[in-house]
Every structure is written in C-alpha cells, then in structure tokens.
Ligand binder design. Sequence first.
Ligand code: ZN
Ligand code: ZN
Length: 339
Amino acid sequence: MKAIQLIEPNVLIEKNLPNPTPSAGEVVIKVKSVGICGTDVGIYRGNMEVKYPIVLGHEFCGYVVGIGDGVTNVKIGDYVISEPSWGCGVCYYCQRGTPSYCCEPRMYGRTCDGALAEYVKSPARIIHKIASYIQPIEAQSVTSIATALRGIKRSNLKVGQSVVIQGPGYSGLNLAQLAKISGASPVIVTGTRDTRLELAKQVGADVVVNVNETNWQNKILEATNGRGPDVVIEATGRPDAIPQAIDMVKMGGTILVFSVTNGVVRELQAVKLYQKDISLIGNKGGYFEYGNAIEFLESGIIKEREMVSHTFSLCDTPQAFDFAINNKSEVMRSVILFD
Ligand SMILES: [Zn+2]
Ligand SMILES: [Zn+2]
C-alpha cells in the first residue's frame, strides 16, 4: 500500500508498505480522510519523541475492510472513525477507568503507524460507526469535537453563563460552537485576525473582539455587565494568554487551559488565583465523548465543513505539512482526502 512515512524530523517520503493484517481484536480500515492537527505538525517538526520511521495521522475516517478474531462491534463495510489514542488496559489508571492517564499510552503516529496510508490497523474497541451521509471531509473532525466537548464539560460552563474563548483557530471555534450549544451567553471569541473572527461569528459567536485594538478589554467588560466572563477558555497555544485570562475572568471564575503549548508562562502572578478565587484547569483528550461528538455531527448542530480551509491528496501530504507551517495564518484546518 501507498503510505507517507516520517523518516526523521521534517522529512516525509512516499513509500510502499505491506498491507496491514488484523490480529485478534483488531480491524483494518481503508482510509478516506485524515485531518492534520497541531500534534501532527509538532511530531513532524521533531518536538515529540517518536520511533522513526513512522506513519503519522490520528484523526481519520474510513471503511472497515478487515476484521480479526473476536471483533463484534463492527463488520466489513462499516463507515467508521477511530479515537486517536488508547490505554494499555491493565495499568493503575486504565483499571480505574481513566485511560487518558495511562502509564504507557498508545497513539497512532507516535507509538504505531497512523492513517496517512491507504490502510491502517486499529484496535476495534476504539472504533465508532458514523452515518454514511457524513462526508469524509467532515468525519475527520470527531476527535476535535470530542476533545472540545470534554473541555467544555470540565470547565463546568452552565446555561446563561458568559464565556470568552481565546483564539479563533480550529479548536477555538469548535469550543465556541459547543459553548453556544450548551446555552452559554454571551459566547465571546477573541483573536487577532478579522477573517477568523468573522468565521467565529458565522459559526455562532455572539461577540468577537480583536485584541490588537486598543481598549479591547473594555469590550469584554461591556459584554459581561462589567464583571468579566464566568469562564475563559484558552485555545491559542500562547503562554501569554493565561495571565490575560486571569486578569479578565470574573471573581470566582474558571479558566480552562485547552491548547497544548510547551512555552513557559512568564508572568503568572499566583496570588491572583487566591485574590479572585479562580479555578485553573487542564484538559487531556476527548475520552468518553466520542459517541456524543458523532451525534452532534450527525444531527447537524455542529458545523465542520466551513472550517476546513485546505484539502490535499495523500501524495501531496509533504506539501500539506510545509504549507501548514509556512502559512499559519491561512490554514484553519487541512484535510487529506483519499480517492
Ligand atoms: Zn490531533
Ligand atoms: Zn494503561
């Protein structure tokens, strides 16, 4: 089969690999689409440890074409998506129902070959069926929706509460849509690019604020009765967003740090957490929200098609990565589409 291998940081090559065969409990999926996310780009650039050579791609959909012994939840021909990672099943955390804390987590494109290939092998227990009317260009989004959904639930955002989402990127706009669905009001999105903020409005943000404008903080105060938002969700990947969130959140409010960043937060005044009685929380993955994410997509209450900015073929995957790195401001979401 045709596959795109990462042989060292920043070097992707096309290669013919043997077709995978399913062992017991596994399925083989013919890939139809792969979404390229920040983690893929991080691995590509060498920011995360992986075993080379490796096939990247962990947010994907496709058709089941092979089934190992003992698989009962899917059959040949089913249209499916997969969770991107899974626990070992036997460690302290897995045995307590928290596989996201697994001591030896497995992930496509990190510990085993991923979906930037004609076929990919998956454990059947992390496969979910999805309705055939959801096009592959949208079905690749389930992981992002599930992760955002878990984040919204962890932030404890309630009906009628105000929320600021910092960063109108792909994750930020999924968070904004889910905040709106949760009944938050107003849903405020902050960012630096007007085109992105316009898209935020299109997918349901009530108020958008460009933080390059003077007095942008006043706009947030005006939209929140002078008190600041109940919840701030950081979706920028920028360390300086966190002190900003601490300053803007309401007394007793909650800050969810959603976007992964290796950067150091330099000016965090911890005393403000005390003074404002702030809850500061993180979010790791979308475990147990995949079924709900699929239902949101199938029912049409979350919009994904308009968030895909670029598509590429499998052969053009190296260009897709280069493009994502060199045109950061243009790329909202790149998707590899298969024939
Ligand atoms: Zn990802
Ligand atoms: Zn485990």
